[in-house]
Design a protein around this ligand. Structure first.
Ligand code: TXA
Ligand code: MG
Length: 321
């Protein structure tokens, strides 16, 4: 059975105790819900991979309650310290060389000599991390390859019966995952656009290369092309819509769709990001129920949070592997 815990003091204490015992506890952050486990417990980290059906080669992010704790397990250079100071707590993940003596399970690094770390900007998540008193490994709390969860209900839908508890802190405000920046090589590389914009990061550390420019080496094993996959096919850059299509609208919706989800009538990227995954889930189930053929998606500008939104949409539209 999966317990649903309220995010009051008692619920947070219970969730922290479960984590210390090696249980799997999903919890809300500002980005998406994470599936947490004691990062220093090999068995608990292994259980994350089993519950999510996540390939063992895909490493997970470690979450910490403060900047110093986050940088204690890795070799942090001045870029890492500058980015931590500028953006933590917040939706930024840094990939850094592991310290040899780190107690974090090697499974969290999935065989790499790096570790991904972040401090979430979410009071309940931070209270949980403080009370757990150890790093918490947490990938998004969904089955591998499906749309990330932004409510406790989404988590329950995917993982009920497979994990011990969900700490319900309400809907996630940001709605897309953290930006992942790899600082373990010669130049900083953007592995995944996310809640911290590239523009803001470049103000602090200068130009970021993108993962595509690194000579074809897959720097982030989790960046499989097909991901965030709804059951229906997804058609991008729609400028007209058919009756047998559901529409994910950005700005005023196109007319004629069989079902519509409005990301943001005012074409506001922050609002659209916060509604993206809920919209994909909602349209997918409505469209399947109505017998529609596809989800058509209106175009979203590719700056600021739009980069993260477009990255997720492109993956949702990829042919399934
Ligand atoms: O906002 C977020 O980042 C959420 C919340 C829960 O913190 N977490 C999340 O985790 O999205 P996940 O596992 O779904 O995505 C983490 C990404 C994956 O693409 C993974 O491959 C990459 O980060 N990653 C983790 N550790 C890495 C490492 N050592 N080197 C390179 N990439 C890494
Ligand atoms: Mg994920």
């Amino acid at each position: 059975m999966t317990q649903l815990l309220r995010a009051d003091m008692g619920g947070i204490a219970q969730a922290a105790a479960l984590l210390r015992e090696g249980a799997l506890v999903a919890f809300g952050t500002e980005t998406v819900y994470g599936l947490g486990a004691d990062a220093t417990n090999d068995k608990a980290v292994a259980a994350i991979f089993a519950a999510k059906q996540r390939p063992r080669f895909n490493p997970v992010i470690c979450h910490y309650a403060c900047v110093d704790a986050a940088l204690a397990h890795v070799i942090a250079d001045s870029l890492a310290r500058d980015l931590g100071a500028a953006f933590w707590p917040g939706p930024l993940t840094l990939v850094l060389p592991r310290k040899r003596e780190s107690q974090v399970s090697l499974l969290a690094s999935a065989g790499l000599d790096t570790l991904a770390v972040r401090v979430p900007a979410h009071d309940i998540a931070l209270a949980l991390l403080r009370e757990a008193g150890r790093p918490v490994a947490a990938p998004s709390a969904n089955l591998s390859g499906t749309v990330s969860p932004t409510t406790a209900k989404h988590v329950m839908g995917d993982l009920c019966g497979r994990i011990d508890a969900v700490l319900d802190s309400g809907p996630c405000t940001m709605g897309v995952e953290s930006t992942v920046v790899d600082l373990s090589g010669r130049d900083p590389v953007l592995l995944r656009p996310g809640g911290t914009t590239v523009e803001a990061i470049e103000v602090v550390i200068g130009p970021l290369r993108s993962a595509g420019d690194t000579g074809g080496v897959l720097r982030s094993p989790g960046l499989l092309a097909s991901h965030y996959a709804p059951r229906l096919q997804v058609r991008l850059e729609a400028t007209a819509v058919e009756q047998d299509e559901a529409l994910l609208a950005f700005g005023p919706p196109l007319a004629g769709a069989g079902a519509v989800f409005r990301l943001s009538d005012q074409a506001d990227l922050t609002e659209a990001a916060s509604r993206l995954f809920a919209g994909l889930r909602r349209l997918d189930s409505e469209a399947v129920a109505l017998g529609l053929a596809r989800i058509a998606v209106m175009s979203v500008p590719n700056h600021g949070l739009g980069r993260a939104i477009n990255d997720r949409l492109r993956r949702a539209a990829e042919p399934r592997v």
